[in-house]
Structures are given as structure tokens and as C-alpha cells.
Design a protein around this ligand. Sequence first.
Ligand code: FEO
Length: 164
Amino acid sequence: MIPKKMEEAINKQINEEFYSAYLYLAMSGYFESVDLPGFAHWMHAQYLEEMEHGMKFWHHLVDRGGTVKLYAIQEPQREWDSPLAAFQAALEHERHITGRIHALVDLAEEVKDRAAYNLLQWYVDEQVEEEASVEAIIARLEMVGGSGNGMLMVDRELGQRQTG
Ligand code: FEO
């Protein structure tokens, strides 16, 4: 049986992960609207990953006899000033998520929940990857400085992201 405090904190994190999915789906729509299909594809893949993150926590609660609470998902922003601004917002969001995951690790230690602690190690590693990939794209975008050719090149690269 999962400790109540841990159950509640994971329920909140499920909401954070599904909000992340919503945010990236909104960004995917924004990129479609500015004719950058590769960027849109990358964000759609990110949306799918966030759904998986949420579901991994969902399964953990179910497997341990916890109660899943699906809180209302906040409406995300719809537009950004530029592709760079969108990715900067994504990085800020991922840093926030990293903070939430680390707080969950602290809680797992506090309540001596070994199972949650183990599960959370996967998320700790995943956050390192998430931040690094967004940072790398920001660096590319800063390098091309919004030039048409550069943007088309980055769009082609992002369009090659594998899903699943
Ligand atoms: Fe679920 Fe992007 O962290």
C-alpha cells in the first residue's frame, strides 16, 4: 500500500505531466500555424512522451492500490512571440518539472517509500535528458538568429525526431 502523502503527491504530479502534454500540444499547434511542420512534429512527439510520463505514474498508483485522482488540467498558452520564445518557455517549464520530481524524491525518502523512490530515479534521469534536448534546440535557434534558411534547416532536423 502506498503512503497517503506519496499518493497525493503523485496524483498532483500526474496532473503536472498531463499539463505538460497539453502545453506541448498547444506549442505543436502554434508551430503548425506558422508553417513550421518539423517543429510541430517535434512538439507532437513531446506531447506523446508527456502522456507516457503521466501514465507511468498512473500505473504506479494503480499497481500499489492507490486512488487515482484526475484533477482539472489548466488551459495552456496558445501563442508565442517566436519559435525561440516557445522553446525558452518549454525550458522554463521543464526546469519547473525537474524541481517537482526532486521534491517527490525528497518525499519518498522522508516517508521511506522505496518503491516510489525507485520509480522516481527514472524520472530524475529523464529530466536531465529533457532539459538537455530543449537547451540544444535553443542553442541552434540562437545560432540561426531567425534567418529563413537557418529556420528551414532546423525545421527539417526537428521533423526527423522518432516517436515511440
Ligand atoms: Fe514529463 Fe517533460 O517531463
